[in-house]
Ligand binder design. Structure first.
Ligand code: MV4
Length: 454
């Protein structure tokens, strides 16, 4: 087992990884920017190294600085968390070249899944269902031909894309030139490659993702799904498991398909397969090769510590259990609490004047905030995750309502009121929502012409 792990991240996830290490008897090294000298992950770690100025590109994305910190402190592994360098294959390769273990899949697997076109190809070969799609598009004419072959509406995506950037939808031949040209231009500006391809556009899907764990010996389990359809601007807001849209049999079916595919690909460590789900069918979109923000939802219903499993797997341990040992229990919901204006979503950094997190049975708060903490303006605005777990979805919703009410955060605006509003909507309560529901709900609230029923 590793003796010392460097945590190449900040915020709640740095703390989350530290906690797993501590419970495993592994020492931790925090890295931090100049703006994060007073952060909780720095205080709790055994050692801390300042890796550069506040801007992420100078610190948390600074590969040589992070690797130097690992060498100086004698860390034998690096956990990248999520975001930052977590899906950067060049970083993983550099880490491994220095004889340090990157806690994640192999460099090849990261490259395969980081490219949408090769990921799609691997998924098809491994038996995963996908939308109809094209190979890389060479010209507008090529795009028009493929669009007619697939049938409108279609969506053009960048091979290196993610987070919705460089995606353009076309509903007819009239839109195709603009969609192709714009997608290509956006890809060129934002990503290393401007290669784009096309898929059939699904108009009202849910976003349902499957969590998997695989060791280096071909053992694979799936840990069920997370429904992440409550989102805005490609930012997830609420996640839950199980999905209100799936029954027991559908879960078993997609679970087995995913398990076999992961075994066939030979993937190892923790991973998430993102699907769109519409009219009872799943369509593979992409695979995330990192720990995800919403992983605690899965931990709640399975009792499995995903970070400990990532570390054990990276150290060469066997899973030690099979699919039939995985028991799904109850229902879990996560709310992402951001320091933002809840109407406009404009970030609201500042000093936390008062902080009181909820507790009690079935309530987990992952956060590195404390009273008096100054939220720096340089990073993501998520300041806490509230996760509730209870026997049924209704019980979880009652618990979530209670926990949100207990939460006290003074000094900055947060998205807590937004969460309270969402979970009192009849569609949310009934589980009747797709990926567009939140944006439509926000619009209807802000539109003076519409009857708000107040
Ligand atoms: C799609 C789609 C509809 N049809 N692909 C957005 C980000 C990227 N991960 C994939 N995305 C989408 N791909 C097809 N063929 C709709 C989206 C999409 C979306 C997906 C998941 C969660 C939120 C979303 C918001 C807008 C669009």
């Amino acid at each position: 087992m590793f003796e010392k792990i460097l945590i190449a991240n900040r915020g709640e996830v740095a703390l989350r990884i530290h906690r797993a290490c501590r419970e495993m008897g592994i020492r931790t090294v925090a890295v931090h920017s100049e703006a994060d000298a007073n952060a909780m992950h720095v205080r709790l770690a055994d050692e801390a190294v300042c890796i550069g100025p506040a801007r992420s590109t100078d610190s948390y994305l600074n590969k040589p600085a992070i690797i130097s910190a690992a060498i100086i402190t004698g860390a034998d592994a690096i956990h990248p968390g999520y975001g930052f360098l977590s899906e950067n294959a060049d970083f993983a390769e550099m880490v491994e070249k220095h004889g340090i273990t990157f806690i994640g899949p192999t460099v090849e697997q990261m490259r395969l899944m980081g490219d949408k076109i090769t990921a799609r190809k691997a998924a098809i070969e491994a038996g995963l269902p996908v939308t109809e799609g094209s190979p890389a598009l060479e010209t507008v004419e090529d795009a028009r031909l493929w669009a007619n072959k697939i049938g409108y509406p279609i969506i053009i995506k960048a091979k290196d894309g993610g987070g919705g950037k460089g995606m353009k939808i076309a509903f007819s031949d009239d839109d195709i030139e603009e969609a192709y040209t714009m997608a290509k231009a956006e890809a060129k500006a934002a990503f290393p490659s401007d290669v784009v391809y096309m898929e059939k556009y699904l108009q009202h899907p849910r976003h349902i993702e499957m969590q998997v764990l695989a060791d280096k010996y071909g053992n694979v389990v799936h840990l069920g799904e997370r429904d992440c359809s409550i989102q805005r601007n490609n930012q997830k807001v609420i996640e839950e498991s199980p999905s209100p849209a799936l029954n027991e049999q559908q879960r078993r079916e997609i679970g087995e398909i995913v398990r076999k595919a992961i075994a066939k690909i030979g993937y190892c460590n923790a991973g998430t397969l993102e699907f769109l789900y519409e009219n009872g069918k799943f369509y593979f979109m992409e695979m995330n090769t990192r720990l995800q923000v919403e992983h605690p939802v899965t931990e709640a219903i399975t009792g499995i510590d995903l970070v400990k499993e990532q570390i054990r797997i990276a150290a060469g341990a066997q899973l030690g259990y099979t699919q039939k040992d995985i028991q799904f229990s109850g229902h879990a919901i996560e709310c992402r609490i951001n320091a933002e204006n809840p109407q406009t979503f404009v970030p609201c950094p500042g000093k936390i004047e008062e902080w009181h997190a909820p507790g009690g049975l079935g309530v987990r708060v992952d956060s590195e905030i404390y009273s008096g903490y100054q939220i720096p303006p340089f990073y993501d605005s998520m300041i806490a995750k509230l996760i509730v777990h209870a026997g049924t979805r209704n019980a979880a919703l009652m618990r979530l309502r209670r926990a949100l009410e207990e939460f006290v955060i003074m000094g900055v605006q947060t998205t807590i009121p937004l969460h309270q509003e969402i979970i009192s909507q009849p569609e949310y309560l009934d589980g009747q929502y797709d990926i567009h529901w939140l944006e439509k709900f926000m619009q209807s609230k802000n539109s003076p012409t519409e009857d708000k029923g107040e």
